[in-house]
Design a protein around this ligand. Structure first.
Ligand SMILES: Cc1ncc(COP(=O)(O)O)c(C=O)c1O
Length: 411
């Protein structure tokens, strides 16, 4: 093929794929990333549009996000259950502070680094929901407790009780410790009933520990489809946690907290007897929660709205009813199946840096067009970005750093 033939072919293809509107936009240079960074540092978001942003990136729909926060805060106030929001979903100090401002009694964290981040940012009553194991984590936990006496840990093993007590003794402090009880998820949790009571007594007997209550998180209950099925699963999984707390009380122990629960069971947990709710996903919601069913019988679970998307760009358009976007597994970590405003689109064949979108007869997507995807798993998707771009409609109004992402925490 001659040079002339190639350029003619390219010209024809681009004139087919790139509509006049898109070409006209090249008269104005977008903000480059260094300019966006400089503007962020000055908190000057004027003029930055979704077209300027380097894709893939995370977009927060601020009105929907705020609606979610207020709805959960309102629910907890009106039903008399405390919220201790879990930060593993967003890993952002800005968001955690907003949750606390709306009444969250503290923040739950899944890693010791998240605990250090949140407590270091001045957030009180941080609960580490995974028991500290190994020298590094135990020492970091007790060092944090020495700086911030409101920080709390859990344990599901008598060895952890001994080790944390020993490390706390070395620092001459007392660490608040809860028993993490088995509640359906095999990843962690001491057996409920008498064994749970025995572990609580062991904590209570230690000079450098203070018994803080019990925890039981049922990840199976949270995602069970159908409200009544979910309620029954919660009763089965979390009921024994509450019974163990009652055994502790009968044995004369003070049980300040019975903590657990999730976004999926937020309107069930109080009835079962939890005193506080560790919900996390409600701030953004993901496709994993979209169809677990509402209390009113609707198949769609829309108590909270999907307020987070991954913004992508169409980078290839060579087939009818199909495009390639610049977001694949590196952008989401778990394939999604939902495109914002286009439920007819199927996300197929996700590779490392690209995804294929296909549809039957909806409007054709164009080369260079922006497409927003809902996340299938919040924790993993938010972990691969440095910041949230926060929008009100098409206007960028804020940028929140994701300081708790795992890679950033290997300090
Ligand atoms: C211990 C613990 N509590 C609470 C949550 C929050 O659950 P959700 O995001 O479904 O509200 C999680 C999520 O994995 C968790 O691991």
């Amino acid at each position: 093929m001659t040079k002339h033939a190639i350029s003619r072919r390219v010209m024809l293809a681009s004139s087919f794929a790139a509509p006049a509107l898109l070409r006209a936009s090249f008269t104005k240079k977008p903000f480059f990333y260094s300019e966006i960074e400089a503007k962020i540092a000055r908190r000057d978001f004027r003029g930055i549009t979704k077209e300027d942003l380097p894709t893939p990136c995370l977009i927060v729909d601020k009105p929907l996000f705020e609606q979610n926060l207020k709805r959960m805060a309102g629910h907890c106030k009106s039903t008399g259950i405390d919220l201790r929001a879990h930060c593993k979903i967003h890993k952002s100090v800005d968001i955690a502070k907003r949750q606390v401002a709306l009444g969250s009694v503290g923040i739950c964290c899944a890693t010791i680094a998240e605990c250090e981040l949140m407590s270091g940012a001045g957030i009180k009553n941080v609960l580490y929901t995974v028991q500290p194991a190994g020298k590094n984590k135990i020492w970091r936990a007790v060092t944090l407790a020495a700086k911030d006496p409101t920080f709390m840990v859990v344990a599901d093993d008598p060895l952890t009780v001994d080790w944390v007590d020993e490390a706390a003794a070395a620092l001459k402090i007392r660490v608040t410790m809860l028993v993490d009880l088995f509640s359906g998820l095999t990843r962690a949790g001491h057996p409920t009933g008498t064994p749970g009571l025995e572990l609580a007594k062991k904590i209570d007997s230690k000079k450098h520990l203070k018994f803080g209550g019990v925890m039981g998180y049922s990840g199976y209950a949270s995602h069970t489809k159908g409200f009544e099925e979910r309620r029954q699963r919660s009763i089965m999984d979390v009921g024994p946690v509450v019974e163990t707390a009652n055994l502790c009380k009968k044995a004369g122990l003070n049980v300040p907290l019975i903590t657990g629960g999730s976004t999926g069971t937020y309107n069930i947990d109080k009835e079962i007897g939890l005193t506080e709710l560790q919900a996390g996903s409600y701030v953004f919601m993901d496709t994993g929660y979209m169809y677990i069913g509402s209390k009113n019988g609707d198949k769609r679970y829309d108590d909270f709205q999907t307020s987070l998307t991954v913004l992508t760009t169409v980078v290839s358009k060579n087939h009818p009813h199909q495009v390639t976007i610049d977001a694949g597994n590196k952008a989401m970590l778990r394939p999604t199946d939902q495109v914002k405003d286009r439920p007819d689109i199927i996300v197929e064949n996700q590779g490392a840096e690209y995804g294929i979108l296909k549809w039957k007869d909806g409007e054709e997507l164009k080369l260079g067009q922006k497409v927003e995807l809902y996340c299938s798993n919040l924790d993993m998707s938010t972990n691969v970005y440095d910041r949230y771009f926060v929008f009100e409609g098409e206007r960028l109004v804020d940028v929140w750093p994701i300081m708790g992402r795992a890679g950033a925490l290997q300090r």
